[in-house]
Design a protein around this ligand. Structure first.
Ligand SMILES: [Mg+2]
Length: 149
């Protein structure tokens, strides 16, 4: 196990299951019409924009900053992240694992501006074949049928 997979392994099964359960519960409200790439992308950026708008109004227009408002919008962002993950047939837990792997590969000792500019981390990320093998494994664990495409 290398340093990247060690960090990914720190996400416990329980944590991944919680994320996947969130995705399952959140997608209860996703209609067939929601499963559209443009809807997912525009919804995600729209909700992120709502977060930015709250901060903008606080910083430049004298509005109060209420964490509950920001947190509510973060939840809306998360809903669209879950939708996009669903669209690509991956779990939210898998998205989390991929992100941790990328961060560990890019910044093994924490943020480093030099590594930020020279992003050689990509060689350490999963290849498409590895990615597809992981997705197949997740689908198998979820009891989903292999789909011919
Ligand atoms: Mg919102």
């Amino acid at each position: 196990m290398n340093a990247v997979s060690e960090d990914v392994a720190k996400l416990t099964e329980k944590e991944l299951e919680s994320a996947n359960e969130y995705q399952h519960l959140a997608m209860r409200t996703a209609t067939h019409k929601c499963y559209d790439l443009a809807n997912a992308a525009l919804g995600l950026t729209g909700e992120a924009g709502e977060v930015a708008d709250i901060i903008k109004k606080h910083l430049y227009q004298g509005h109060g900053l209420y964490p509950s408002e920001v947190i509510e919008e973060l939840g809306d962002v998360l809903w669209y992240v879950a939708l996009m993950a669903d669209y690509f047939n991956v779990t939210l837990g898998f998205v989390m694992q991929q992100n941790i792997a990328k961060l560990k590969a890019r910044y093994p000792e924490g943020f480093d501006p030099v590594r930020s500019v020279n992003r050689e981390y990509k060689a350490e990320l999963l290849t498409m074949e590895q990615w597809e093998a992981v997705v197949r494994e997740i689908r198998k664990e979820l009891g989903e049928e292999e789909q011919d495409e």
